[in-house]
Write a new protein. Structure first.
Length: 97
């Protein structure tokens, strides 16, 4: 994944690739990491199901190489991500009115 991309391919534990839409990215000075929030492509086409949003830490690759998604490691990080997501969703809701 590169900064600015709107879609990423995520490989799950079974080695299956899934194309995902990037919801938004942000950086945290507190944890000195970048984060990406994303959801499986096509999930937004079914309005009856709630979209499952995934979050990962993002480590940029060396020049010319792809970055790497890493799991979120602490409860503190999850709390911060949830807060960022809620702020993002609130702003989206306000823009849509």
């Amino acid at each position: 994944m590169e900064h600015g991309e709107k879609q990423i391919t995520v490989v799950d534990e079974q080695g299956n690739e899934q194309l995902c839409e990037v919801l938004f990215t942000f950086e945290s000075d507190k944890f000195n990491k970048s984060y990406v929030l994303y959801y499986p492509l096509g999930a937004d086409e079914n309005d009856e199901e709630e979209i499952e949003i995934h979050a990962s830490a993002f480590l940029p690759g060396d020049e010319g190489q792809e970055g790497e998604l890493k799991p979120i490691e602490t409860e503190e990080e999850w709390d911060m991500i949830e807060e960022m997501l809620n702020t993002f969703l609130d702003e989206e809701e306000e823009d849509g009115e």
